[in-house]
Design a protein around this ligand. Structure first.
Ligand code: NAP
Ligand code: MG
Length: 735
């Protein structure tokens, strides 16, 4: 019989590097938590787990697993929720296809991903897979707004041990290129609904026919509803001009999108870039390539694989390549370009890394060069553009003296989930897209052409009010300069400003906040932290994502070390571990050299908060003692520089967990608030200290060799445990 009671804390089962780390860390957490009567359960939100859960009717009884994401989606709406959420894969189509193939190879009788669904069965499979694709997890779990910052121990460690920064010079040719019209920013309209309403999204074609793109989208009173579109024609002209400009300027052509989270719009935009890059090839061989199943949105890698037996097409591609400017590379050794796979270059990771490196990207020659950073939509591109301008003028940020930018982000109840929405469409034919309300009125209307990308996003009133309150609380707690990153000249932001201002005034705190457009706010924030002072960026959902990578990567070298708290609106707590992703490169390194350089600092930070939150909600004071001891251990971990190293043979993730466990046990043994816990952990601490030499030797025994995990998307638990828990002595102490 499965255990029906909900564990005190849910620790999510995910993918790639963080999941491998969990194989080592979770047994330690469970063992320590048990001493305080705290149970730690898991729920599977991995890509493979979500695929398996979606096809029970195709699988044997013993292969089926429940839909854990749905269970968690309900749990986060309750005051009991206490979830430690690790980063999971937001799958692009190539990743989804690879995961399906792996599972099929493991004996799961899953349908293939139907590229062109024809039969009802294919349509059904496609619909189930599409629900798994892209950003499918976070919007379900984020029933609250986001509070992300570097814990003070982490920030002061970074100041004392500043990472290396690339040099910025005023001569740098690196720049950001964005559309100056016809984009989502330019075409946005927005309105706040005075009453609850249902909307149909309808395309009225020029030929008089009507197509319902989506019907019955329900909004409560006070929802801010936006609509906008990107003109395919304007996009193509822009891309052609920027390819030419890049060649003239002698820089690398780079494209920065978020094809994972923005799973509908951004692969289409990416596809336009592939199409424009290879325009002469598409002009000549477009029909033949279409017959071979080429979809530019799947990237150049997929395209090349499909035309591999067509020498005349390959020759045409080679000819174009010789004429184009050099491209920004994902992996120059293996010839993987920016346009190879839509999910390889993700803007919130790629742009900060480029800025941290002094505006340089890798070229096909394996050397660093200045780059033209193409970010077609101009809604948020000014953030990166202004940062680049600022560093060209002032030189790189100094992490030893820089203050910090914290973030309060609007995201609850799918607020502003741009582009990942079921309300984004590639317009099939020219006409007018209307959003019609159930009272017969037309809320928004746009004249569009075939191929334009139309989308609607929304944000509900309750999450917006909660977000403003969170900002007021954090400002009061810190006294930091606090800026709402809202652009009065942008339709959506103007609606938000109209909600934010009255709340601040009613609470008598309007004078403690500034409201600035993203470009001005970027400059103001960089000026503030350059002076060594701190600031809070209060932003919408997309900037929450972008800024909580950008500033940490500049300040701390990585966003993985962030404290990331989601105060759920129904009273529960969701503790995200860092702001980084699942670090696929790290898995490759582990498999090749048995070295895992994933740093679990984000997990440690989340864990301390989760235990304390448990104490607050259940009155289990032992949990508070555990949580406070986690913080002491984290401090020790930082002071002694126990983070994993980059090179094989040096201490890695497993060593770092040993040190964390040791410091944690000592902190528990030495605290004076709970004698039972102190007595329990005194021998544990002693055993960990005495066993040091043997444990470290056992942990390192097989380093440098290839390892077998029995899978990539769904690893074999026994094989993984063997790799990730190689110390018999440590395992015996942990029990
Ligand atoms: P990423 O996984 O954050 O990796 C970028 C780089 O950041 C890594 O190669 C690594 O740098 C560094 N890094 C990130 N976390 C680290 C950690 N804990 N310890 C040490 N280094 C760390 O970003 P990505 O490649 O853009 O995304 C990978 C996958 O994660 C995608 O499938 C994406 O959808 C997903 N993702 C999920 C979430 C979430 O669930 N909240 C958030 C973001 C991304 P070095 O290689 O230099 O060591
Ligand atoms: Mg991000």
């Amino acid at each position: 019989m499965p255990d029906q009671t909900t564990p005190d804390i849910i620790y999510t089962k995910v993918d790639e590097a963080p999941e491998l780390a969990s194989a080592s860390l979770l047994p330690i957490i469970r063992s320590f938590a048990a001493a305080a009567g705290v149970s730690v359960g898991t729920r599977d939100i991995s890509l493979a787990g979500r695929i398996i859960a979606a096809f029970p009717d195709h699988l044997r009884e013993d292969q089926r697993i429940p839909d854990d994401l749905a269970v968690l989606g309900e749990l986060v709406k309750t005051p009991q929720a206490n979830v430690v959420k690790l980063p999971n894969i937001s799958a692009s189509v190539p990743q989804l296809v690879a995961a399906i193939r792996e599972l099929q190879g493991q004996g799961y009788d899953l349908p293939d991903y139907p590229e062109k669904p024809g039969t009802d069965a294919e349509k059904d499979a496609r619909a189930r897979y599409d629900a798994i694709k892209g950003s499918a997890v976070n919007p379900v779990l984020r029933e609250g707004n986001s509070d992300r910052r570097a814990a003070s121990a982490v920030k002061s460690f970074a100041q004392k041990n500043p990472h290396r920064m690339g040099k910025w010079t005023p001569e740098s040719k690196t720049r950001v290129a964005s559309m100056t019209g016809g984009d989502f920013f330019a075409n946005e309209v927005s309105a706040t609904l005075p009453r609850a309403a249902k909307a149909d999204i309808v395309l009225k074609a020029a030929d008089g026919t009507e197509t319902v793109l989506k019907s019955g989208v329900a909004y409560p009173e006070g929802t801010v509803v936006d609509a906008t579109f990107m003109s395919a024609r304007a996009l193509s002209e822009f891309l052609a001009a920027e390819i030419a400009a890049t060649k003239e300027e002698g820089t690398l052509f780079s494209l920065h999108m978020k094809a994972t989270m923005m799973k509908v719009s951004d692969p289409i935009i990416f596809g336009h870039a592939v199409r424009m890059w290879l325009k002469p090839v598409f002009d000549e061989f477009g029909d033949e390539m279409a017959a071979l199943g080429v979809d530019p949105a799947s990237g150049m890698g997929d395209l090349l694989a499909r035309v591999k037996d067509r020498p005349e097409i390959l020759a045409a591609i080679e000819k174009v390549r010789a004429e184009r400017p050099p491209m920004y590379m994902v992996d120059s050794d293996r010839g993987i370009t920016n346009l190879h796979v839509p999910s390889d270059v993700i803007i919130d990771a790629s742009m900060p890394a480029l800025i941290r490196g002094g505006g340089k990207g890798w070229g096909p020659d394996g050397k660093e060069h200045d780059a033209n950073c193409v970010i077609p939509d101009s809604s948020y591109a000014p953030v990166y553009d202004e940062a680049i301008r600022f560093f060209k003028e002032n030189g790189a940020l100094d992490p030893a003296t820089a203050g910090t930018v914290q973030n309060i982000g609007l995201m609850a109840q799918k607020a502003e989930e741009y582009g990942s929405h079921p309300t984004t469409f590639e317009v099939p034919k020219a006409g007018t897209v209307e959003m019609r309300l159930d009272d017969g009125s037309v809320l928004h209307s746009h004249d569009v052409e075939a191929g334009d990308i139309w989308r609607s996003a929304s944000a509900r009133r309750a999450p917006i009010e909660d977000w403003v309150q969170l900002a007021i609380d954090r400002q009061a707690a810190t006294g930091y300069r606090s800026i709402f990153w809202l652009d009065a000249n942008r339709a959506h932001d103007a609606e938000l400003i109209a909600m934010v201002k009255p709340i601040l005034e009613a609470k008598g705190v309007a004078d403690r906040f500034e409201i600035m457009a993203p470009r001005a706010a970027t400059r103001a924030s960089l000026e503030t932290i350059t002076k060594g002072e701190n600031t809070i960026a209060i932003t919408g959902n997309v900037l929450r994502d972008y800024l909580t990578d950008l500033f940490p990567i500049l300040e701390l070298a990585t966003s993985a070390k962030m404290l990331s708290i989601v105060k759920l609106m129904q009273g529960g707590g969701l503790f995200e571990t860092g702001a980084g992703g699942s670090a696929p490169k790290h898995v490759q390194a582990l498999v090749e050299t048995n070295h895992l350089r994933w740093d679990s600092l984000g997990e440690f930070c989340a864990l301390g908060e989760s235990f304390r939150f448990l104490a607050d909600t259940t009155g289990n004071e032992k949990a508070r003692v555990l949580g406070d001891a986690v913080d002491v251990a984290t401090q020790g971990y930082l002071d002694n520089d126990n983070s994993p190293r980059r090179k094989p043979g040096e201490p890695d993730n497993r060593d770092s967990h040993y040190w964390f466990a040791r410091y944690w046990a000592h902190a528990l043994a030495e605290q004076t608030r709970d004698a039972d816990l102190a007595a329990h952990f005194a021998p544990v601490a002693q055993a960990l200290t005495e066993g040091e030499a043997e444990i470290i030797a056992e942990l390192r025994a097989d380093r440098g060799q290839k390892v077998d995990l029995g899978g990539y998307y769904r690893t074999d638990p026994e094989k993984t445990a063997k790799v990730m828990r190689p110390s018999a002595r440590l395992n015996a102490i942990i029990g």
